[in-house]
Design a protein around this ligand. Sequence first.
Ligand code: DLL
Length: 443
Amino acid sequence: MTEFWHDPGCTFHPVSAPDYLPVKQLRQLQLHRLRAIVQRAYDHVALFRKRMDERELTPGVLENLSDIAKLPFTVKTDLRDTYPFGLFASPMSEVVRLHASSGTTGKPIVVAYTKEDIDVWSSAMVRCFAACGLGQGDIIQNAYGYGLFTGGLGAHYGAEALGATIIPISGGNTDRQIMLLKDFGTTAICCTPSYFLRIIERAAEMGIDLHELPLKAGVFGAEPWTEEMRKRIEKGSGIKAFDIYGLSEIVGPGVGNECCEQNGLHIFEDHFYPEIVDPVTLEPVPDGQEGELVLTTLSKRAMPMIRYRTRDITLIHAEECPCGRTIRRIRRISRRSDDMFIIRGVNVFPSQIEEALLMVEGTAPHYEIVLTNDGTLDDIEVHVEITPEAFSDRMGALEALQKKLAASIEKIINIHVKLKLVEPNTIQRSEGKAKRVIDQRPK
Ligand code: DLL
């Protein structure tokens, strides 16, 4: 063990060494890599070169890291407009993998990796797992979907590089998930937090107590979830629930991960350089201030992303983490700028509703938000499942619960919502990313 290693809760893996680089050295490395990647994008990606030329910029503009703010942004529509391969900086002969993300409209966005890119991605995933206290000897059940989605293969390669045993079960087939959790002695599971809730629920129906299994950690991401949700998951299963963040455009899962402090996600910023910008003015904001996360890939060869606007809202923690890592942390991503809906002039995010609901005992963590319009005004209706115990309560008790939930939401979002308690097991369960909002308003 080397002297930078202070983190008793996490497992040491040599690949995690850059997590602890002295800050000055880290910044030098970042600047060095930034210059090289900007040069690469300028030389090989026509769209980036055009935008630089329009601004009369060359890669030589990067005298120090803050000069990154002079570079043009990349946005999701750039990937669509150049579909499928227009942003590649490597010839196809060097591209060993393609992934794609479906998004909401039409064609998917396509992302590419060289052999070196896969190695960087796997090393980032190793650092995620190590930060969750996992290592050789662990049995990792990977219930992220395998296929074009980056979750499955990303976690798979990382777990193998970690030296753990991987169970490539993919998503779905919940009874079989639970059988393997038990029979194979799985120690960690990777899936979306909403799918793990389904596993908790189904295990109880099958008479299996997850607390009694060797399962100790969950690596949960790909969708927003709240601190209240973490509490429910940890209480319902006896495991430690860690947050993992990533997006296809940057690499997939493994852009950042919580450490054992469970207080913010460390960004592997030697490969993914984070900035926070004001989503309206697009000006950089200082650490500690909320805004939109913008990421630049510092080492990705096949498809460098320069100042990619993620739409994810967060902040960079100004303080150091007690774990000893020098790479910075972002606050958990509880919302995206495009998740927001406006109801009677008030901006509302689904995560605010989740937080309010789960603060109240007696509900199951399954809910949906239905947006309607009667021709004049937008309305919001929240459907929330009650627990089987609460379901058998007297009418009066249910009414009181309903009022309490509505008041809890109103307190957070400042508008009145219609709240409907629904029977256990009536809201659709997800095996991947949960769909929380059903928008029935006329388009
Ligand atoms: O969801 C990659 C991934 C797979 C991350 C497995 C973690 C685990 P996309 O499908 O491209 O990639 O979706 C990326 O999902 O911009 C966020 O809005 C959201 N997201 C991902 N992780 C988290 C998280 C994968 N931990 C988009 N918390 C991102 C909140 C998350 N939102």
